[in-house]
Unconditional design. Structure first.
Lengths: 353, 499
């Protein structure tokens, strides 16, 4: 049969799956933006926009990475502590005196990235080969990475104050502030593009989505499902440590207690973005939009509460984030329910005569 | 036969542009088995769903026990005495039989659930039905046949007056089918009206009093089963005659190359020392009762489960197959009996499902060429006459037969040589069945080889060139098609080991 006349070849879908969902999120972001602007016009000031852009960077990168794991139907709870822990570890190993100085700073980059890679491998191995449920496996490595990096840091550091990275210099120029320009956002755009290509146009992404859709079917189709699950966790781990670079560039003084809960914000961003909670379909753009929503809410509430209301903006932010995550997933569930109602029983095509 | 208990008239139903039911009539009398037939998509399930309140009807009337009714949900219809036994059983495998039977209406004692009393009541019900099931057993430990008995008993214990059986025999062995029919006859004597949905003609002839046929959402007609032949019914269903006669002799030349040889395959308790050969262009049938170990042979050969011992030779060369990945690389493919679980990605498109095994072929410069992938998938599906509105259609929206074709397309695109079909036509309607048979015949004509596992003897006899019969994990016989009959296959299939 000639391809051009094949009745099966009709309409075509674009690369950006989930277009309407993205529009909804963009609309929500605009509405939120407007509301916060009305409450406090300072919200739209240049300074505040810069702050939000900077805050977005590490979260967006964490979310991008974990999107791959969620697409397999898994979850990675260790990204927050791996992100933070890898920075603490590298800082402790490379410091001279109290802080990391210019001479050894470059060395922290490979240490951070390798730490992320190793934790990704560990998570992938536990989930794919040991068949441990992703929630449990990564809960374990979350606690383990938090504990281990702190212990190593303590042992090496000998003092009890925070680990300090240089607060100005080439590190900032590359990762957060290039002569006043929030360079991190460029990285986010580049990484987003890379993730889209990997997710939608390479074998890795295709197989990851296949695993999330039906792992047994993928395996019986001849796909080495264990391998691709491990790859998903490794991508996630490396992105967690990448996020660490941007985090320390913007927050050079690391306190051991920070970083807790970062993973939940990142995962929340992915769900708000519309990636399926059970895997199989993922939207990279949605993930970025989802993290944007979270940053807008966090910063917006911060400003709105700054008038001396007497309530902590951080706590309100937790509560609101919780509502939004559940709401976003509920919308997704409702959408699926409606989609299932419209059942096409026997599509009519002239294919059979 | 008793009075009319159900009268559905002029039932209409639309789904966003699809006219699913067009003025359908159906009636049922007490103590009658009324078969409802039609190809997949003919509207049978939709009609049942309208009856029991899952779908709201757009027009027409339903009269039940002399009153006009309109149920809003399945709970209302259940309370009114209408029970549906679904094709795929919806029960909780981790709970006991009794807990399943009384789910939602547990017996209570001092505010706690009284399992003992529920088990006793379940036992009483089973005794009444004459079935032997332990009420305290975990439901998941029972065979599919027994699980179905539990569901039927559950329905009866709810004082059901109208029982809908949606393809109840699809997963049953022959003795289980016999037991089901025995029970159905007893229910008939008790005056329970039954709507029986099945694709199996032999069963319709045996068990039903009347047959109503639907086609494309339309009511075709109702006939008394005794007055018509199989072919009449099939004609009503599809508007054409299809009948599978037994193959008289093998169409595979005796000197064809042996493409696959399996020696002393052992896998756990399920497969014991099975050896066989497969020739190029041959259909090798695997017959046997459920649990005979046929699927396990296929899965062991495919590397899907850990295979303990055994040797596999492909084209005379000893080949190591420990994973499906290795099997696929060596040209073997496996089409599972349970397509939803082991074959399909239901929420992915026809293209994705067709091309998933051959993604490697579409990679250019590290990236997937989606256009090429889509074109090749469309080509493969067009050859197989897959009915789908577009290549973007999600697999869950296709009928069983078309889903099966998409999986065949998957392996054609991978250019596999050895096709293992496990129950190739399970859950597939008559019209699509014969298409699948034709496709299989075409495959062997192209020099592919097929291992076909089937529990339907007419299918085994119609398709196979050679038949291997298994019982309890052992190969109990090998028959050339020219000497095979239903009788000698059944004899071999029940040849249990004495000890």
């Amino acid at each position: 049969m000639n391809n051009t006349k094949n009745p099966l070849l009709k309409k075509k879908n674009g690369l950006l799956a989930g277009g309407t969902q993205n529009l909804v999120i963009i609309l929500a972001a605009v509405v939120l933006f407007a509301v916060f602007y009305l409450i406090n016009p300072g919200f739209a000031s240049k300074g505040n926009l810069l702050t939000m852009t900077k805050a977005l960077v590490p979260y967006a990168i964490l979310s991008l990475g974990v999107t791959f794991v969620i697409a397999t139907g898994g979850i990675d709870l260790s990204i927050g502590t791996v992100c933070f822990g890898s920075a603490v570890l590298a800082g402790a190993l490379c410091k001279t005196g109290v802080s990391v100085d210019e001479g050894t700073l470059w060395l922290t980059i490979p240490i951070i990235l390798v730490t992320g890679l190793i934790f990704g491998l560990i998570n992938g191995f536990l989930v794919a080969k040991c068949k441990i449920a992703p929630f449990i496996a990564t809960l374990g490595s979350m606690l383990f990475s938090r504990g281990l990096t702190a212990v190593v840091a303590e042992a090496v550091r000998e003092t009890s104050s925070a680990i300090k990275y240089p607060s100005t210099g080439w590190f900032q120029k590359i990762f957060t502030n290039y002569n006043g320009f929030p360079i991190g956002i460029v990285w986010v755009i580049v990484l987003t593009a890379i993730c889209m290509v990997v997710m939608y146009k390479t074998k890795i992404g295709r197989y990851i989505l296949a695993i999330g859709s039906n792992e047994e079917a993928a395996r019986l189709s001849g796909i080495n499902t264990d391998k691709y699950k491990i790859i998903a966790y490794v991508i996630c781990g490396i992105f967690a440590s990448l996020a660490a670079l941007f985090y320390v560039a913007a927050n050079p003084s690391l306190n051991l207690a920070a970083g807790n809960g970062m993973e939940l914000d990142a995962v929340a961003g992915v769900y708000i973005g519309g990636t399926s909670t059970t895997g199989g379909s993922a939207t990279i753009i949605g993930t970025i939009l989802g993290s944007m929503i979270l940053v807008i809410i966090r910063q917006g509430l911060n400003l709105a509460m700054s008038g001396g209301v007497g309530i902590s903006a951080t706590n309100i932010t937790f509560a609101v984030t919780g509502i939004i995550v559940v709401g976003a997933v509920m919308l997704d569930v409702l959408k699926k329910k409606n989609a299932n109602k419209v059942k096409i029983e026997t599509p009519k095509t002239p294919a059979n005569k | 036969m008793g009075e009319t208990i159900l009268k559905m008239q002029g039932i209409e139903k639309h789904f966003s542009g699809v006219h699913a039911l067009k003025s359908v009539n159906f009636d049922l009398r007490a103590g009658e088995v009324h078969a409802l037939m039609g190809e997949n998509g003919a509207g049978k399930s939709t009609l049942i769903k309208v009856l029991c309140g899952i779908h709201k009807k757009d027009g027409g009337t339903i009269e039940y026990l002399g009153k006009e009714v309109s149920f809003h949900n399945i709970g209302e219809s259940q309370d009114a005495g209408i029970s549906v036994i679904h094709q795929e059983l919806n029960m909780m495998n981790h709970l006991t039989v009794a807990q399943n039977m009384f789910i939602g209406r547990e017996f209570m004692k001092n505010g706690l659930i009284d399992d003992k009393a529920m088990e006793a009541e379940a036992q009483r019900q089973f005794d009444k039905m004459g079935v032997k099931i332990n009420p305290a057993a975990k439901l998941g430990d029972l065979t599919v046949g027994k699980q179905q008995m539990v569901e039927i008993t559950k329905a009866i214990s709810r004082d059901c007056k109208l029982l809908v059986l949606d393809e109840p025999t699809a997963a049953l062995t022959l003795p289980e089918v016999e037991e089901l029919f025995k029970i159905m006859n007893e229910l008939r004597d008790k005056g329970i009206g039954m709507i029986y949905i099945s694709h199996r003609m032999d069963e319709i002839n045996r068990i039903s009093d009347r047959v109503t046929v639907m086609r494309d959402g339309e009511y075709v007609g109702t006939v008394n089963t005794a007055e018509v032949t199989k072919d009449d019914i099939v004609k009503m269903m599809v508007g054409r005659v299809i009948m599978g006669e037994q193959k008289t002799c093998s169409t595979c030349p005796a000197d064809a190359d042996v493409i696959l040889e399996v020696k002393h395959l052992n896998a756990g308790k399920e497969v014991k020392d099975v050896s066989f050969q497969l020739r190029r262009g041959e259909i090798l049938g695997f017959a046997g009762l459920m649990g005979a170990g046929r699927t396990e042979v296929a899965r062991a050969l495919y590397g899907a489960d850990r295979r303990q011992t055994g040797e596999i030779y492909i084209n005379g060369k000893k080949t190591k197959i420990k994973t499906p990945e290795q099997a696929v690389k060596n040209g073997i493919c496996y089409l599972s009996e349970d397509r939803k679980r082991y074959g399909l990605m239901l929420d992915k498109s026809v293209t994705d499902n067709s091309a998933i095994a051959s993604v490697d072929d579409f990679i250019q410069g590290g990236l997937i060429n989606d256009k090429k992938m889509r074109n090749m998938s469309a080509e493969a599906n067009a050859k197989l006459r897959t009915k789908t509105p577009s290549m973007e259609q999600l697999l869950k929206n296709l009928s069983g037969g078309n889903q099966q074709k998409v999986i065949i397309a998957r392996w054609l695109m991978k250019n596999s040589d050895i096709f293992i079909f496990d129950e190739p036509t399970r859950g597939i309607d008559v019209g699509a069945k014969s298409e699948i048979y034709t496709l299989m015949d075409e495959l062997v004509k192209q020099g592919k080889s097929i291992i076909m596992i089937s529990s339907e003897l007419p299918e085994v006899l119609r398709m196979s060139d050679r038949i291997i019969v298994m019982c309890e994990g052992r190969k109990t016989g090998e028959l050339d098609i020219s000497e095979a009959t239903q009788e000698n296959i059944m004899q071999l299939a029940t040849m249990r080991e004495e000890n």
